[in-house]
Design a protein around this ligand. Structure first.
Ligand code: C5P
Length: 220
């Protein structure tokens, strides 16, 4: 695929974790460095795409040359994705918290000396991938989701693709010992309508470039 194959195309990429506040100084979050999402945004940019990069508080800096929209929570991420539409493709690489704290506190919670710990109630966050996949006339032509699994990767990811309604799922094994979580390499299986493609283990940058080429093949 030629350089510039994605010029004139707009792609939304979500990346990083979301932070869901417990109180002004505490939060719950998923583990995510933002490395794979950042690499994907850079690879799409390098192929000429206009990229809206919607990122939670990640460990690494966002790429240059993309529009960076910083958010904290899943609800903010959903609103930012919606505001960035329309798009030709959406790549949802963020590790979004599935739940937020229902009874979060506007003031810092304090120990009251009774020895009793607070009870946190959770409520479900919007599923951004499932929502955009079913966004009728605003749905990007190509919607790509991720599936980080620790077991039965292929079965879970195949099921997830149908449940979420996205076109492709990029599945990876993040079980302990793979070194993938927070590491510089990834080993993914890309699930499409045509079945599952197992890619060899390679640098996250290389996964990103190969995925960007595949995206160009679909929407260029
Ligand atoms: O269900 P699960 O979280 O494993 O699905 C992962 C995929 O769904 C990823 O592409 C992730 O970015 C997306 N997702 C989302 N909004 C959520 C939860 C997950 O977009 N609330």
């Amino acid at each position: 695929v030629r350089t510039g194959a994605l010029s004139g195309r707009h792609v939304i990429v979500t990346s990083g974790p979301t932070h869901e506040p417990i109180d002004p100084v505490r939060y719950i979050a998923n583990r995510s460095s933002g490395a794979q999402g950042t690499a994907i945004a850079a690879a799409l940019r390098d192929m000429g795409a206009r990229v809206s990069f919607v990122t939670g508080p990640a460990e690494i800096a966002p790429p240059e040359g993309v529009e960076v929209i910083r958010v904290q929570t899943a609800r903010q991420m959903r609103d930012a994705v919606e505001a960035a539409l329309p798009a030709d493709a959406a790549v949802m690489a963020a590790a979004v918290a599935d739940w937020r704290i229902r009874n979060s506190s506007a003031k810092k919670m304090k120990k009251d000396g009774s020895g009793k710990a607070p009870v946190l109630e959770m409520t479900e966050n919007p599923d951004i991938l499932a929502w955009i996949s079913r966004a009728d006339e605003r749905r990007p032509r190509l919607v790509v989701g991720f599936a980080a699994e620790t077991n039965d990767v292929l079965a879970h990811a195949t099921d997830k693709r149908l449940r979420k309604g996205c076109d492709w799922i990029v599945a990876n094994d993040v079980s302990e010992g793979t070194g993938i979580m927070g590491g510089s390499e990834n080993a993914v299986t890309v699930i499409t309508d045509d079945g599952a493609e197992e890619w060899p283990r390679m640098a996250k940058d290389a996964v990103a470039r190969r995925l960007a080429q595949k995206i160009a093949g679909a929407i260029a």
